[in-house]
Structure formats: C-alpha cells, structure tokens
Design a protein around this ligand. Structure first.
Ligand SMILES: [Zn+2]
Length: 110
C-alpha cells in the first residue's frame, strides 16, 4: 500500500521503515495516525466532490431553464448552447458521482 509520508507528504510504501525522500522514520508515527490522516484526506475529497456535484446540478438546472426559455419564445430560434450545457452538466455530474462513490467505498474500507 502506498501512503503519504507523515512529514513531507510524498508518497512512500507503507512497508518502508524510512521515507526515501526526507528520511523520517515512519515508526515514529503510529499506524492509527496514518489511518486517521488517510480518513481526513478522504473526507476532504468527499466534501470537495459534493461541492462539485452541487455545481454540476446548478449548471444543469440553469442550462435547462435557458433551454425552456428559448423553446417557449417563438421569436428565438433555439440554439445549441443550452443543449450542449445540459450535456456538459450531466456528464460532469455522472463523473463526480462515480468519484464520490469510489472515495466513500475507500473510506469505508480503511
Ligand atoms: Zn518524507
């Protein structure tokens, strides 16, 4: 398993007694502390992903509103803009949900 060095945050093997980068002894830091560090990092990631998914939903709603606004007005020829935005928002949302699912599963397996 690859963990981050508790001192310099560079990736290192969890089996290595010394960090190859800064030489700190990993034994000085308990496994629980490293696990806690991992958990915190995952929670931060989940929080950011949630924010991203809200942003994607907002974008979707705004684009859908724009689309219906254009569709309801007979004087305007509906443009491809809102449709493209809906597509971008939907793809972003699906990708973020996928990453969120993975991060949550990772957190559960710690
Ligand atoms: Zn280090």
């Amino acid at each position: 398993m690859i963990v981050k060095c508790p001192n310099c945050r560079k990736p290192m093997s969890s089996k290595a007694p010394l960090c190859p980068n800064c030489g700190v002894e990993r034994g000085e830091v308990s496994d629980e502390q490293i696990e806690e560090f991992h958990r915190r990092r995952l929670r931060d990631r989940i929080y950011r992903l949630k924010m991203f998914s809200y942003a994607a939903i907002t974008l979707l709603l705004a684009a859908a509103g724009w689309y219906f606004y254009e569709a309801s007005d007979m004087d305007i020829t509906p443009s491809a803009g809102p449709v493209a935005l809906v597509a971008v928002g939907a793809v972003a949302y699906v990708v973020v949900r996928g990453l969120l699912f993975r991060a949550r599963r990772e957190l559960k397996n710690l």
